[in-house]
Write a protein that binds this ligand. Structure first.
Ligand code: NCD
Ligand code: ZN
Length: 414
């Protein structure tokens, strides 16, 4: 019998880029419409590296809500750098406000220039994370390797092999050295990653994007709009990813990695990497699951396994999708005169989120949210923010005095 309608627990997106300013306001409603929660990536420019910045970013997201009554909850992350310390991790954990840290190897992707140059040097940070129970989300790609890189190219690792080299050289080390650290290998793209996650110890999971389930390297070679990090791989890898995502194995769950970039920034000589899928993420995943005849396993992947892994309650509300043909728009506004090109823009999809269930969810009063401690900084965190702000302004003040005195000195000695 053909299934024409499916109602599932409201899903969560465990890997989302919202950006900030006008761009944030343009893309956030799409995620709020379909998801109960989303894990917000910290790779802004400059990145979100400490508790004060996370708090400010969280505030900005909350202020961009279209209604106070929405039940969407942004889950926050911080960006690890070479200078992150175990003390930072303690502060972040104490705030009760941040769910995970994000590890970007330096220059691996968009806004990763402040990423980590020598991952093994962060051992004390990982140890502290394991101790306090903070999850490590990883962009798993190695750009340069003595052992696995191309000798003829100064040890650079080709794009198609970056994930598997990372698994061999770095991920295995992290997973073995910190046996209680919970780790998510983000946006996996290869058979090697699937094998690693299936066979790893407890506490190792992976997110899978809709675009890696639906498109391949051939698409990326044909259009800027398929450019993303890690790059799309060949069909054999896509098949392994599809099998993993639809298998019902709770180690694999949804993280869209929806990464909006203005059309003008994608359609240039070396366009920005990132596919925008927040608009139609659920429908895209449904399409992939249907391709495998596994629509029954969609709910676990979208709504249960991620929440369980992160130790969160599953969402209470539901979301309905219906069998209905619609054409993905080729452009959507992206603030300040810019537009975005959604992944697969112009194609026809045969599943559609039922807007009635979204509107209901978005505008119903939800008293629980108002009392939800996770949404607003704890007392302890407020104190920390106050303390750090005073410290920050004090240093700013001293710094300004020094600059003024120095300028006067230089001026008079000229
Ligand atoms: C992401 C972005 O644009 O922020 N880009 C991407 O291609 N996925 C960063 C990332 O997750 O790698
Ligand atoms: Zn991402």
């Amino acid at each position: 019998m053909v299934l024409n309608q499916l109602t599932i627990t409201r899903p969560d997106d465990f890997h989302l880029h919202l950006r900030n300013g006008a761009s944030l306001k343009a893309v956030l409603p799409f995620t709020m419409k379909q998801f109960g929660r989303a894990l917000i990536m910290p790779n802004l420019s400059p990145p979100v590296t400490n508790i004060i910045e996370v708090w400010a970013y969280h505030r900005e997201i909350m202020d961009a809500f279209i209604s106070e009554e929405v039940i969407f909850q942004p889950l926050m992350t911080i960006y690890l750098t070479d200078s992150t310390t175990p003390k930072d991790i303690e502060e972040v954990k104490r705030s009760g406000f941040v769910l995970a840290t994000k590890l970007y190897p330096v220059n691996a992707t968009t806004n990763s220039a402040h990423g980590v140059t020598d991952i093994k040097k962060l051992a004390p940070v990982f140890e502290k994370m394991a101790e306090v129970g903070l999850i490590l989300c990883i962009h798993g790609e190695t750009l340069v390797s003595e052992e696995f890189g191309d000798v003829t190219r100064n040890g650079q690792v080709g794009q198609l092999r970056r994930e598997s080299v990372f698994i061999k050289e770095t991920l295995s080390w992290i997973v073995e050295t910190f046996p209680t650290l919970k780790v998510v290998l983000e946006h996996i793209t290869t058979g090697e990653a699937v094998d690693f996650v299936i066979n790893a110890r407890e506490g190792v999971s992976a997110t899978i994007t809709a675009h890696h389930l639906l498109a391949t390297l051939d698409d990326a070679l044909g259009s800027h709009h398929y450019k993303c990090m890690p790059v799309l791989k060949e069909e054999n890898h896509r098949q392994v990813l599809l099998a993993a995502a639809t298998s019902g194995n709770p180690r694999f769950f949804a993280g869209t990695d929806s990464a909006p970039h203005a059309k003008s920034k994608k359609e240039t000589a070396c366009g920005c990497a990132g596919c925008f899928t927040a608009l139609h993420a659920i429908e895209l995943y449904a399409t992939a699951f249907e391709e495998m005849g596994a629509i029954d396993n969609l709910e676990g992947f979208l709504s249960h396994f991620g929440a369980d892994f992160y130790g969160l309650e599953r969402n209470q509300k539901t979301l309905t999708i219906k069998r209905e043909e619609w054409i993905i728009p080729t452009e959507v506004p992206f603030g300040e005169g810019e537009v975005l090109v959604p992944f697969w823009g112009g194609k026809t999809l045969s599943w559609k989120v039922d807007w009635k269930s979204c509107l209901f969810l978005m505008f119903t009063k939800h008293s629980k949210m108002k009392n939800n401690q996770n949404l607003y900084p704890h007392k302890g965190c407020r104190f920390l923010i106050l303390k750090n702000s005073i410290k920050y302004y004090f240093y700013q003040y001293i710094y300004r005095i020094i600059i003024v005195k120095l300028s006067i000195h230089i001026f008079w000695s000229m």
